[in-house]
Design a binder for this molecule. Structure first.
Ligand SMILES: [Ca+2]
Length: 362
């Protein structure tokens, strides 16, 4: 790269070239130090055009050799999208002083507006919901709960161009670069398989797509064509979304007919901490719970194991629930006990509203 200002002649030109070279060397040394310290992204390079970046070129080469993409097509794609600073800001929000509260979280997701939207959604799609529940063994209200918590039944599926968001994170968010490079790769393969234009797909700032907000790798592994039109479309087909949510949970080990949660009862002096600290995988049978002074509030199937789930409420006392395998399976969708509990409670509330509506109508 030669700019017109470097094409001078004589001594002054020589000096300026020496100074320029020294400055370039210093900049290169600094860049080298930055690259060594944080893989590749300084704040500046995180937003540099994709087409100029060696890590993007390496990614393109890999997709060409491993998946047979035409190199020119990928270069054109990276030439037509730009890194998005908003995506990086949203991934790293400033820490909040507010302590986590399940009751606050619950109010955001289990409220009148969302229950009413869920009621409409269930009536409009009752055949598909019933068919998915029968085929995959997942209760109807859990399918309804998940799509409600994720997008309020398709109302908020995200407006970020997915290709640009995933590329921004794949090449500008070192902490999870590997994860997002894999998601970008899966996204491009999915677009090719289904014949969609990757530049036309919109989703969340993190690249989650459609009514159920699947990441691209989840689409390729767990999404199903549930309306039978021959392709998977989680944005345009409500039926595909419903079937895919149920299949995702089934593939992650959903136990047909088993409970999602059971209320816990505590004896005086119950030893709660060791149970909570054991984590959200269901490890304890009722005898082991009893040894700690904890028991299910209702009779449960023999052999069922539980985790004791704590749901903190800032300065107020926490809520607790016993989480069997199916509670854990919901956290594979989003690794948060708050999330799983909100899905369960929203689903239950919509189901109750539906039963009331049906009994009033008849
Ligand atoms: Ca379909």
């Amino acid at each position: 790269m030669i700019s017109s200002t470097t094409r001078r002649t004589g001594y002054s030109s020589f000096l300026s070239r020496i100074r320029g070279t020294a400055a370039l060397l210093r900049a290169a040394a600094l860049a080298g130090a930055l690259m060594a310290s944080s893989a590749f992204a300084s704040p500046g390079t995180a937003l540099a055009p994709f087409a100029d970046r060696p890590e993007v070129a390496a990614f393109v080469d890999r997709l060409v050799s491993e998946h047979g993409f035409p190199a020119a097509q990928l270069r054109q794609l990276f030439g037509s999208i730009a890194p998005d600073a908003r995506v990086l800001e949203l991934m790293d929000p400033p820490p909040r002083a507010v302590r986590r509260s399940w009751q606050d979280y619950r109010r955001r997701f289990v409220n009148r507006a969302r229950i009413d939207a869920g009621l409409r959604f269930w009536f409009e799609n009752e055949a598909a919901i019933a068919r998915a529940s029968a085929r995959y063994g997942v209760p109807e209200e859990i399918i309804v709960g998940i799509i409600g918590v994720e997008t309020i039944y398709g109302r908020h599926t995200g407006t970020f161009p997915v290709a640009a968001s995933l590329a921004t994170l794949a090449f500008g968010f070192p902490r999870r670069a590997e994860f997002f490079q894999r998601e970008l790769e899966q996204f491009l393969i999915h677009a090719r398989e289904t014949g969609i234009d990757p530049l036309a797909v919109r989703g969340s700032y993190a690249g989650a797509i459609g009514l159920p907000q699947f990441m691209p790798s989840s689409i390729r592994h767990y999404a199903v064509d549930f309306d039978g039109d021959g392709r998977i479309d989680l944005s345009g087909s409500v039926e595909d979304a419903i079937g895919s949510v149920a299949n995702f949970l089934a593939e992650h080990g959903w136990e047909r007919g088993a409970p999602t949660h059971v209320a816990a009862r505590f004896n005086t002096g119950a030893r709660i901490s060791p149970l909570v600290e054991a984590g959200i995988e269901p490890r304890f049978d009722t005898a082991e719970l009893a040894d700690h002074g904890v028991r299910p509030a209702v009779d449960t199937p023999n052999g069922l194991r539980f985790a004791l789930i704590d749901l903190p409420n800032a300065d107020a006392a926490p809520d607790y629930t016993l989480g069997p395998r199916n509670f854990y399976v919901i956290t594979r969708y989003n690794r948060s006990s708050f999330y799983a509990m909100a899905v369960i409670e929203l689903g239950e509330a919509v189901r109750a509203a539906r039963l009331r509506a049906i009994s009033t109508a008849s």
